[in-house]
Structures are given as C-alpha cells and as structure tokens.
Design a protein around this ligand. Structure first.
Ligand SMILES: [Zn+2]
Length: 396
C-alpha cells in the first residue's frame, strides 16, 4: 500500500469526532467568506479578519495569516468543498463569498458536509454558550457537559470565562459545602440522564491545572462574599477531586483542555497528581498539551486511565501533531487515542479532518517504510483512532 492508497483508504473511513463547538443551525444560513473566517481559529487565535472590504486591507491580512496551519487547512477545505481552483485573495474574495452563500441557501448544507463530506458518524458537542445541547440533531451530536461553572459556584458573584456560575444558572443560594457537592452530583446525574456522555473541563482558560488536595473545611472557607484567592483555589481543588469521583461512579469520562489557554500552568503534567489520585476516572487530555506535547505521551505511558485526545492539534501545528502521533504510537496503547475537529463551522471542520488525515497518513506510511509497522497494523490503528476508540467511549 503506497501513500496515495493509504490516503484514499483513510478518506473513506467513518469517523467518530471527539470534540466540536458546531454552531446552532441558524448561524450557518448566514455564512459567507468573512463570517466563515471570523468563526475560525484564523481569526480567534491570530489577527482578526479586517472589518472593512478594502482590497489592500484584505491582501495585507491574507499575507500575514497565509502560512499558519489554521489558514492552510481552511483554505484547502474551501477550495475542495466549493470547487474553486484559485487560492483565496482579495481578487477571488467575492467568488468564495458567493459560493458559500449560495450553498448555505440549503439549510441542511452544514449537516450534509459533516455527514457526507467529513463522514462523521457521531460528534461530541461542547456548546459552551449553553452547556449540554445537541443542536437539534441527536442522531449526529452527542453532548459533552462543560463543568467550568461548578468551580465558580462558591458565591453568587463569581463567573467562569464563559460568564457562568452553576448556582446562578440553577437559581440556588447554597453556602454549605456538603449541600453544594450534593447539588453538583444531582446536576451531573441529571445531565447524564439527558444524554450527556462526557464532562468537559476548559479551566486552562481560567486558572492553572495544578489541582492539589484540599479538605472540606478549606473548601468551605471560599463560600463567602469576598473569599481570599488561596481559599478559592482550595475550593476548586476540592471540587475537582469530588467531580472525578462522581465521574467514575457515573461512568462519564472527563475531557480536559491542556496546553495554550492562559499558558501559565496549562501543560498537561500539572494534572499528574489529580490523575494519580483518581485511578478509576477516565481522563481525555485534549489538544496534545501544545506546546508541551511530550507531557501527553508520558502520561499515557504511565497511567492507563489517561487517553490522548489530539483534537485541534493538527490545525494548531501540523508539525507538532506529526511528532506527537509518532510518540503516541511508540508509547501508548492503540485503544486510547482519539481525534476531533474542535471547530464551529463545517468548512473548518472539513479542513481539520484534512489536516488529521495528512498527519495520520504520513506517520503510518513513514512507519511502514521504516519497518516499524506492517500494513495490517496500520489499518487497525487508523480504524481505532478514527472511529472505534471514540465509539467505545460513547457507548455507540
Ligand atoms: Zn474546543
């Protein structure tokens, strides 16, 4: 099997996508080239798309972002999906815009792209703007429940980076730590009964991932109007340990954002004590802990309850994803690695899939070439990372 055959094989394979923020239906009907870019990482993690329509502004912006992985894969996706041969430029801007607008006149176009072009059989959806939704497509989207708000329920005024506080969301005024953990338990159980399959923690945008041990008495101290920062930290440490126990009891894996975020304390190794204290909890460490990618490989090697979820990584840095996947094949079982797009639109999701297939095909063919992997094992590994591992996780 040469590399071309391998790519064809991989492109035809079904995928269970471990992580997405796919926008609600109404947001897709209005998409054009500018809004596709605005709802992409090119805009969010770089230089914002110019607000005006001046050709000089657009050209300068494209020159600045064109080499980044985020842009490279999104542009490839748009060219492929809309059958445009010329690259995106100030001159072709309107051609892209018309093609995208025309296609989205069909209100099911965004779902068609996910099901038919991306070949997704299921997608774990993190609707952080309204945690736990399936966007009205329960056959395709399986909700993840974002738990950041639990860490900010120590009083009525605190908020996570999405503006949420679980007590405010549920109209509660709890000031006792035992009552609060009981309340958390009921919320998680209710979400599981409502169809949520995993818990999602994105605290790397709020605080360090170093979760120490804390006593109930220490956690209680934060449940006042103006708690000390050290008491807030201990409250959150206590709450995460509690959530890990509940997750194990209810058989819900926890997805944790690692790397980037606030950068300070976001590398996955910060989680090692929490993981060691909770051997019965399944942790999916996301995004390859970029740029500390070997943290993930090391943790999967030592802890069998740690999975590598390399969602987002192939479009953050295709080079880093290539290196991490080689390391993971070296040190981690084939049944503990998954991938997801981590995008808001179908266009960017398809680009993320192209990036992932590029990484996977190159890594597998290099290993076949080097005599480290036979063709049969390469196919098994591909099927596992693309579909089977996540399907098992979701109980599909
Ligand atoms: Zn995400």
């Amino acid at each position: 099997m040469d590399k071309y055959e391998l790519i064809c094989y991989l492109k035809s394979q079904p995928i269970v996508n471990s992580h997405s923020h796919h926008l609600p239906n109404d947001d897709h009907y209005r998409l054009g080239i500018k809004s596709v870019l605005q709802n992409s990482y090119v805009n969010w993690c770089g230089t914002p798309v110019p607000s005006g329509d001046f050709k000089e502004e657009i050209s300068a912006w494209l020159n600045a972002v064109r080499t980044r992985s985020y842009f490279v894969w999104l542009e490839k996706a748009l060219m492929d999906l809309y059958g445009i041969d010329e690259r995106l430029s100030a001159d072709t801007w309107d051609i892209y815009d018309k093609a995208i607008r025309d296609a989205h006149q069909n209100e099911n176009w965004h779902i068609y792209l996910l099901k038919e072009k991306c070949n997704y059989k299921a997608i774990l959806l993190d609707t952080y703007w309204s945690p736990g939704q399936d966007n009205g497509h329960p056959d395709l989207f399986k909700p993840a429940y974002r738990i950041n708000s639990f860490f900010y329920g120590y009083n009525q005024t605190a908020r996570d980076h999405n503006g949420n506080n679980i007590q405010v969301m549920y109209n509660r005024c709890i000031t006792d730590i035992d009552e609060y953990t009981d309340f958390i338990f009921h919320v998680i159980r209710e979400k599981k009964q409502a169809g949520c399959v995993v818990l999602k923690c994105a605290l790397a945008y709020d605080r360090s991932l170093a979760f120490g041990e804390a006593t109930k008495e220490q956690a209680q101290r934060a449940m006042v109007k103006d708690p000390e920062p050290s008491d807030i930290k201990r409250f959150q440490d206590y709450i995460f340990n509690y959530i890990c126990k509940v997750a194990a009891q209810l058989n819900m894996p926890i997805q944790i954002h690692t790397g980037l975020g606030l950068m300070t304390g976001s590398n996955a190794m910060q989680l090692q004590p929490l993981i060691a204290r909770n051997p019965d909890t399944t942790f999916l460490l996301m995004h390859g802990s970029y740029p500390w990618i070997s943290d993930i490989a090391g943790l999967t090697h030592v802890y069998s309850n740690v999975w590598a979820d390399i969602c987002w990584l192939p479009i953050i840095s295709t080079t880093a994803a290539h290196r991490l996947l080689h390391e993971l094949i070296d040190v981690c079982d084939a049944n503990r690695v998954v991938w997801g797009c981590d995008t808001w639109t179908s266009e960017e999701s398809y680009g993320a899939k192209l990036a992932f297939i590029d990484v996977l095909s190159r890594v597998l063919s290099e290993r076949i070439e080097a005599g480290l992997l036979c063709e049969q094992d390469a196919r098994y590994y591909a099927k596992a990372i693309m579909h089977d591992n996540a399907a098992k996780l979701l109980g599909l």
